[in-house]
Ligand binder design. Structure first.
Ligand SMILES: NC(=O)c1ccc[n+]([C@@H]2O[C@H](COP(=O)([O-])OP(=O)(O)OC[C@H]3O[C@@H](n4cnc5c(N)ncnc54)[C@H](OP(=O)(O)O)[C@@H]3O)[C@@H](O)[C@H]2O)c1
Length: 262
């Protein structure tokens, strides 16, 4: 799908991958709806985008699925639907399954899974064709140490989107799932640890990830090429799903020894 002149709703647009994607999509002639919680950052971003007046800021909290549904429905009633929804907003979690509080496991699921489902279901009634793009993760394809909640939420959304793709296959609605490996963003800084407080640091794995602009470029390429699922990244974070599929026992042995998120 060509993105020129398309209306694209991007969640998680205040930072990292969403912000880079917004900048790149605006340059290619798209009109954007920018969402996240931080209104100030979204407003600043809108002012910096090419054709600033064409874009809208719609703050929302993905942790509040009901409110998200209302906000999206009201926007669409007033301004019409979008051609592409990019479900990118999300939060990471770091800590073992043994020590991570249930409230933290639930919060990750609320934002990454139910928030994404709420966004999707709110745009679906007005979307007969177009594309639903969802930023899951390599952690949505394979498990590893210290990310049970995050990995579960990203696996769950891949499952939801696989089903949606099958259901909509005859209707002209495309469903694309993006599985990035490590990307240089603030994801680990904003991650929740076992007790729900912030990790607050850039993890080494993230430092050595791909550049955020490169990630945005590859997401746009996947949209333009009508892909259904792509893995984006380098090194082990790129190859992990393939290794796990072809050599599952070896992969499990390696993940038992090494924490790839350090
Ligand atoms: N960076 C990586 O290595 C990597 C790898 C695989 C997948 N991903 C996925 O990529 C997506 C973007 O993450 P990023 O790497 O760009 O991290 P980031 O820089 O921390 O950005 C996360 C974005 O999500 C938004 N967000 C978080 N909680 C939210 C909530 N409750 N409601 C609404 N928006 C919320 C944040 O905005 P506010 O704080 O303003 O709400 C921010 O715009 C996430 O889904 C992440 O899981 C990242």
């Amino acid at each position: 799908m060509n993105i020129n002149n398309k209306k694209i709703w991007i969640t998680g647009a205040s930072s990292g991958i969403g912000e880079a994607l917004a900048i790149a999509c605006a340059k290619q002639g798209a009109s954007l709806v920018l969402s996240a919680r931080n209104t100030e950052k979204l407003t600043l971003l809108k002012q910096q985008l090419v054709n600033s007046e064409r874009h809208h800021v719609v703050p929302l909290d993905l942790a509040n699925a009901e409110q998200t549904t209302d906000i999206v429905t009201q926007y669409i009633t007033k301004h019409g639907s979008v051609d592409i929804l990019v479900n990118n907003g999300g939060i990471a979690q770091r800590g073992t399954a043994r020590e991570t509080q249930l409230a933290v496991q639930r919060q990750v699921m609320e934002v990454n899974y139910f928030g994404t489902v709420a966004m999707t279901q709110a745009v679906l009634p007005s979307m007969t064709n177009g594309m639903i793009v969802t930023v899951s993760s390599v952690a949505g394809k394979v498990g590893g140490k210290s990310m049970s909640g995050y990995s579960a939420s990203k696996h769950a959304i891949i499952g939801y989107m696989d089903c949606l793709r099958a259901e909509e296959s005859g209707n002209g609605l495309q469903v694309l799932t993006i599985c990035p490996g490590f990307v240089q963003t603030k994801i680990s800084v904003n991650a929740m640890v076992a007790d729900g407080s912030r990790f607050g640091k850039v993890a080494g794995s993230i430092k050595h990830g791909i550049a955020v602009d490169d990630c945005a470029k590859q997401i746009i390429k996947a949209i333009e090429q009508d892909k259904e699922e792509v893995v984006i990244g380098k090194g082990i974070s790129y190859w992990a799903p393939t290794i796990a599929r072809l050599f599952p026992k070896t992969f499990r042995k390696v993940t038992a020894k090494k924490n790839f998120r350090e």
